[in-house]
Ligand binder design. Structure first.
Ligand code: TRP
Length: 455
């Protein structure tokens, strides 16, 4: 994208909500609960919160600095700020990471459309918890149906990207984010009132530190990066649309807060409901697709119309939340091809959509017909998730921290976080200390620990 074409988000609130639109997505409602479930619940959540504050927020501000200063998408930002150096590879690495995430993320995004469809035709009514398990397994292992929804979801993303998204992203985020919030609060209330829900609440609130291993740290760190859309330059690309008067620290705090609240609320919806119907919290990627239809059934069983409306509304919102996230991932790769190879935006978007469809097809089939093809005992779908969230994102985030902490001129960083001296940034010293020392050392430490275990 050329400099003169660059639009800004219209308002500060718009910028916050657009970034929050990228951050809030399947990561919060689908991935967070099963990661927490796999890693022992409350202890994981505490470590997760630590990762958000210690690594997440400072790295988010660092990405904002890179994006707003360079006024370029991540594929070009490093070449603008550090011309002629190898830092450009960090930008390319980010584009690759985002592209791989888009591939398997779109598969799950497609599932949300199937559930919108099922909810809309009344397919949940009269089903028992066991039926929902069967329904999900049959669907996700089907060789064709998930692929159809995958195709539709990528087509939707493609359509928005090609149309140009400035007012689209900002406007839809302003409507959707508050709505999603209200709905998830309502659902959490319903869920904690189900019979036997207290076991789920206990699972969420009572940390069991005997379950804390190095996997838990890597899991929590990966989840923090994934959920906050960090480590591949997604938010730095959005920050290139920020105007001069946006306060970077304040924006990062708001996005972090909104994202974390949605994740914790999602936990409050899923775990009490899961325990109430006797589903194990470590059920993995299927967790929300099995427990949630149950919540709708059981919570409003006496008022079928309410169950129906809530189920449809929830899955529509989930699909839309996923869409604002896939748009942000797609934008990074499309802008890269457009800027680097001078493809038209349409051609760039077509190339990305088609190749991401291919990755999606492989990821989707790896859960059914192709499940015997494994990488280190993981299905291709799980391997993509592991590689991107637990390796590539933390690595990319660490490199962004080192870039801003050690390489970028102090004055540039200070000018960006203080809006050229117009506002105060009392967190500046702590922020720089984290970027220079805590993030690189902490992230390396977690890696070494986990690799030690792997070896
Ligand atoms: N954060 C989004 C979610 O929670 C997914 C996402 C969008 C993402 N952009 C990203 C993840 C960039 C990692 C990097 O669903």
């Amino acid at each position: 994208m050329q400099q003169h074409e660059r639009a800004n988000f219209g308002s500060k609130l718009g910028a916050i909500l657009a970034a929050a639109g990228s951050a809030v997505g399947l990561g919060n409602i689908w991935r967070f609960p099963f990661e927490a479930g796999n890693h022992g619940g409350a202890a994981f959540i505490l470590i997760y919160l630590g990762c958000v504050f210690i690594f997440g927020l400072p790295i988010m501000i660092a990405e904002f600095v890179i994006g707003r200063r360079s006024k370029a998408s991540t594929g070009k930002a490093y070449s603008v700020l550090a011309p002629g150096t190898s830092w450009k590879w960090v930008g390319y690495f980010g584009v690759l990471t985002g592209f791989l995430i888009l591939g398997y993320y779109s598969v799950v995004a497609g599932w949300t459309l199937e559930y919108v469809f099922q909810a809309a035709i009344g397919g949940f009514s009269g089903k028992t918890p066991g039926d929902f398990v069967g329904m999900f397994n049959d669907f996700s292992k089907d060789p064709l149906r998930p692929l159809l929804w995958l195709f539709i979801f990528i087509a939707l993303t493609h359509f928005v990207i090609v149309k140009g998204v400035k007012s689209g992203i900002e406007k839809s985020a302003k409507i959707m984010m508050p709505l999603l919030f209200v709905l998830i609060v309502l659902l959490a209330v319903c869920s904690v009132m189900l019979p036997g829900a207290w076991k789920g609440i206990e699972f969420l609130l009572k940390p069991d530190f005997s379950k804390v291993t190095s996997h838990v740290f890597l899991g929590a760190m990966g989840q923090a990066f994934f959920s906050l859309s960090l480590g591949m330059g997604c938010l730095s690309t959005y920050a290139s649309y920020f105007s001069k008067d946006i306060r970077l620290g304040h924006t990062a705090m708001s996005v972090g807060l909104i994202d974390t609240c949605v994740s914790v609320l999602a936990g409050l919806v899923i775990f009490p409901a899961a325990f109430s119907v006797g589903i194990q919290p470590d059920a993995g990627p299927s967790l929300i697709f099995i427990t949630l239809p149950n919540v709708f059934q059981q919570a409003f069983g006496d008022i079928p119309f309410l169950s129906y409306i809530c189920a449809v509304a929830f899955y529509v919102l989930l699909a839309l939340a996923a869409l604002t996230s896939t748009i942000s991932l797609h934008e990074v790769a499309t802008a890269f091809l457009h800027e680097k190879f001078r493809f038209s935006r349409g051609k760039a978007a077509r190339l990305i959509s088609c190749s991401c469809l291919l990755i999606g097809i492989v990821a989707s089939l790896s859960l059914g017909d192709w499940s015997e093809y494994r990488i280190a005992s993981l299905t291709i779908f799980d391997a993509l998730d592991f590689l991107t969230a637990k390796i590539m994102l933390p690595l990319g985030g660490m490199l962004a921290a080192i870039f801003v902490g050690w390489f970028l001129k102090r004055k540039i960083v200070r000018d960006e976080v203080t809006n050229n001296g117009l506002i105060k940034a009392p967190y500046y010293s702590a922020f720089m200390f984290i970027l220079k020392y805590v993030a690189p050392i902490g992230i390396s430490f977690i890696f070494i620990n986990e690799l030690g275990w792997l070896g």
